[in-house]
Ligand binder design. Structure first.
Ligand code: ADP
Length: 520
């Protein structure tokens, strides 16, 4: 040992102790430990390895070692540690350390190996090499070990801090990138934290929102459920029974954004209580409920449309049945036939409607199944056109197919349903009458069928939605016309099940053309 070893040892022990308390950056702690050890032991080369898993160590800091030597040293370290087992055999250790020293520098003669232990558990190890050979007494070894223990604590603290810091960063990222808005408030409702999603929802930037009163940022145009201020006045957070966790508060309404637009949101306020059970912080989770509201609205519209659609045929059936069975009337056979024909037609309409509803609800759960055979779409179109022509005098229906139009593989009943729907829509949405053309085109891969009308047309915004379930264009004509908003949704599902596509081209006031393509 060097003559002034004890003095330096004391100084460095002190330095490491200071590092332990002052420095929480792991890299810095390791560097300090290594530097102190090298000076204290008169070494030239040193390394610190930390335990990475059960019996693996990874070098985390070095002095006097080229970076490219580290992988090789790691392998040697692995051999040393895995063969050493729990009780380290000094002779074996010495051989391995000597090999390690030689591999680094021929001049290195002596190696000192110190495990870093916390409560007997290894957290790392420290190896110092030196070129001079010095005797180490048992007493000096003990002092060295106590130095290593101090270093181990410093390393362990820094590791714990790094882990906590990583956890903190993970949590911060979770909040920052959460799709829901997240906000932290103090007990006076001042905003302490505000994430990106909330920037988008409120139109307030983080910088502007921080430090504001939450009522400035969350300004309600219409409050529909609960009120944070009122709840606080009422003693929220409530705890019933008194040892239960404090209750969250749900507030819902239309938010007035900073740019003047409105957004439907729901906020869940969760209280954080201090030791004295007083409110310290509030965590607010903000959710955009526009979709939910729209779905609710659609459901309401759907229920009223369906009820209306069901009521009309039922009223007709009941009316005719009641009239025909009157005891006080003697009906002409033709009147009876006409009445029964109405009852039959209306029953068919009811059946069709119910089938569509069932098909639409089934489509949510599974893909549509097809019953495939050869289908001549030009012939199918001719039948559909002929049938619809008998129902209208205002419209002229015509066909436009090239001769020898090819057949496709498809489900005839389903494809007829698509044609029925497109032609029926063409009639319904051209109240002034006009020409309706059903035609077809062929290329080498597929056939395309089109249905053209010169009716009311569809705006570009509505075109994006007409194939959605239950969607109907909001307008006087739609309100007057029977329909459920299921026809095009089902048509699209049928065509897609055939591996085809469906689209529309339309201009309001001019008319619409629907195209669908089915592969050959
Ligand atoms: P509906 O039962 O309401 O007719 P569809 O799914 O068949 O339902 O059509 C959805 C909506 O698309 C209709 O309500 C209508 O507003 C619009 N639409 C469909 N076809 C046409 C067309 N040929 N011309 C104008 N609007 C149409």
């Amino acid at each position: 040992m060097l003559p002034d070893f004890r003095v330096r040892q004391r100084d460095f022990l002190l330095e490491i102790s200071r590092a332990m308390t002052a420095q929480l950056d792991l890299e810095e702690v390791l560097r300090l430990v290594l530097k102190a050890s090298i000076i204290m032991l008169g070494g030239e080369v040193g390394l610190v390895a930390l335990r990475a898993s059960n019996d693996r160590y990874a070098i985390r800091a070095t002095i006097g070692v080229d970076a490219e030597r580290v992988p090789d040293l790691n392998t040697r370290l692995d051999e040393l540690v895995s063969n050493a087992g729990q009780s380290i055999d000094r002779d074996f250790l010495n051989v391995k350390l000597k090999q390690m020293a030689v591999s680094l520098n021929r001049k290195l003669r002596q190696s000192l190996f110190l495990p870093l232990l916390i409560a007997g558990e290894p957290v790392g190890l420290l190896i110092i090499f030196r070129s001079q050979t010095l005797e180490t007494t048992e007493n000096e070894f003990q002092i060295l070990q106590s130095f290593a223990d101090q270093a181990a604590i410093a390393v362990h603290n820094a590791q714990l801090y790094a882990r906590i810091d990583q956890e903190r960063q993970r949590l911060a990222a979770l909040v920052e990138y959460s799709a829901d808005g997240v906000m932290f408030l103090d007990s006076n409702l001042r905003i302490l934290g505000f994430n990106r999603a909330l920037e988008r929802m409120t139109g307030w930037s983080v910088q502007d929102a921080l430090g504001q009163d939450q009522d400035t940022v969350i300004s309600w145009k219409k409050l529909e459920k609960n009120d944070l201020r009122a709840a606080l006045d009422d003693g929220w957070p409530w705890r019933l029974p008194s040892d239960a966790p404090a209750e969250t508060l749900y507030v819902e309404g239309d938010l007035l954004r900073r740019d003047g637009l409105t957004l439907s949101i729901g906020i869940t306020y969760a209280p954080l209580l201090g030791e004295d059970q007083k409110l310290v912080n509030i965590i607010a989770n903000v959710r955009d409920i526009t979709h939910f509201r729209r779905a609710q609205e659609m459901q309401n519209v759907f229920i009223s449309t369906i009820s209306h659609e069901l009521k009309t045929p039922v009223a007709l059936i009941k009316g005719y049945a009641g009239t025909l069975r009157r005891d006080d009337a003697e009906w002409d056979p033709q009147v009876i036939r006409d009445g029964l024909a109405v009852i039959e037609d209306e029953s068919d309409r009811l059946t069709g409607l119910i089938e569509n509803l069932l098909a639409a609800s089934k489509l949510r759960a599974e893909r549509m199944r097809l019953d495939i055979s050869d289908v001549w779409l030009d012939k199918l179109a001719a039948q559909v056109v002929e049938r619809f022509q008998t129902q209208t005098q205002k419209h002229t229906l015509q066909l436009d197919f090239p001769s020898d139009f090819p057949f496709v593989q498809g489900d005839e009943i389903r494809l007829r349903q698509v044609l029925d729907n497109l032609v029926s829509n063409a009639l319904k949405y051209s109240p002034e009458g006009g020409i309706i053309t059903v035609g077809g085109e062929v290329d080498d891969k597929s056939v395309t069928i089109f249905v053209h009308d010169s009716g009311v047309g569809i705006s570009e915004t509505d075109q994006e939605h007409i194939f959605d379930r239950f969607f109907r264009v909001d307008g006087t004509l739609s309100r007057k016309t029977q329909g459920t908003g299921l026809g095009l949704y089902l048509a699209k599902a049928i065509i897609e099940a055939h591996g085809g596509t469906i689209r529309v081209q339309s201009k309001p006031g001019t008319g619409s053309t629907f195209y669908f393509t089915v592969p050959l």
